[in-house]
Design a protein around this ligand. Structure first.
Ligand SMILES: [Fe+2]
Ligand SMILES: [Fe+2]
Length: 349
């Protein structure tokens, strides 16, 4: 059964929701699922902006069929070649053999790697500032290298002032009918999901996200349509502000993340005692994690949010407890930095 919604007249969300996938990228638990957002611009020329993961193929093809209603698809715009967005490219090419693919040079290199047989398809290679007119709607392309893959582009539509932002501003969590930020309780349902998505997947590329902000500064943006999670059309300043904090490794709040490893409960006992003492000093917002039974993506999320971290672990084989070493490696891997700040001054004075 199809499942579509208008963003504005002639620009339609045709994405899908994956409630069955347990590990995103076979790594990150997603108990609330994930949406793969895709969009159709239905103008004199028609364009599909990205596809979805193979797992949700049937609904996606029904969505496209419903909106196009027999009309041809002129362009497939590929902003991101990761398989959660490029999974249905082969089907689209088979259904619309005259379609033109639109992507960056890097995007086409990846297309060739994933789908070598697609080499003879009609292609439009775009670069920074390239434009494409569909009739009433005009698209301008903005490259976003390493946010979070090398080929990534965003698209700005000037009539409606919608920015199609690829993975940037995305979130874990399915869209249950409500697809806009003003239709959901974002803080309750999506904030932790959005930060966990950002920190673990895009986190390493803070400087690159910063450069995107510089590029977007001159655009009049009324709506941000990412590839995952809610579409921003009401409170854009909220998510932009969060991204400014996250991409500059600036904590979102005054709070403490305590991460402990404990073989027989003694280090856990120490961590618990410490948390109580901190609470007695009036410190609020203490989050505590047992490293051995918490997926590291949740710990990375908490560390990204809070101003301070405490690590506690026993030794093992005359070295650091392996799970703690693994977390520290992960933090290095996601480029975590800028966490040095005076504890006493912030909390106790
Ligand atoms: Fe991605
Ligand atoms: Fe994605």
């Amino acid at each position: 059964m199809y499942d579509v919604r208008n963003i504005v007249e002639d620009i339609i969300w045709v994405g899908t929701n994956d409630k069955r996938l347990t590990l995103f990228e076979n790594m990150f638990p997603i108990p609330e699922g994930v949406s793969y957002n895709s969009y159709i611009i239905n103008d004199e020329k028609t364009a599909l902006l990205d596809t979805v993961d193979n797992a949700t193929r049937n609904t996606f093809l029904e969505n496209i069929n419903k909106i196009l209603n027999g009309k041809a698809l002129d362009y497939l715009i590929i902003n991101h070649m990761e398989p959660d967005h490029c999974g249905i490219i082969p089907d689209i090419m088979a259904l619309y053999p005259n379609i033109e693919l639109v992507s960056s040079q890097k995007g086409f290199e990846l297309l060739k790697a994933f789908y070598p047989w697609a080499k003879d398809t009609k292609k439009v290679v775009i670069k920074e500032g390239s434009t494409l007119s569909l009739g009433k709607h005009n698209l301008t392309f903005c490259t976003m290298p390493m946010v979070h893959w090398p080929e990534v582009t965003a698209v700005y539509e000037s009539k409606t002032k919608i920015l199609f932002s690829a993975d940037a501003f995305g979130s874990f969590g399915t869209l249950n009918g409500n697809i806009f930020d003003d239709e959901v309780d974002f803080e309750r349902r999506f904030l932790e999901n959005a930060r966990r998505y950002y920190a673990n997947i895009v986190g390493k590329y803070g400087p690159q996200v910063g450069r995107v902000f510089e590029k977007l500064a001159g655009l009049d943006i009324k709506c941000i349509a990412p590839l995952h999670g809610p579409i921003w059309k009401e409170n854009l300043g909220y998510i932009l502000e969060k991204y400014k904090l996250w991409s500059s490794y600036t904590p979102e709040k005054k709070g403490i993340t305590i991460v402990y490893a404990s073989m027989y409960g003694n280090t856990e006992n120490l961590a618990q005692h410490l948390s109580t003492k901190l609470a007695e000093k009036g410190i609020k917002d203490i989050e505590m994690f047992d490293i051995s039974n918490t997926d590291s993506s949740y710990i990375v999320n908490s560390i990204w949010k809070n101003s301070h971290i405490i690590f506690a672990a026993p030794t093992y084989n005359a070295d650091l407890y392996p799970n703690m070493r693994s977390l520290l490696t992960k933090l290095e891997y996601v480029g975590f930095q800028n966490k040095s700040r005076p504890f006493r001054k912030l909390f106790l004075e």
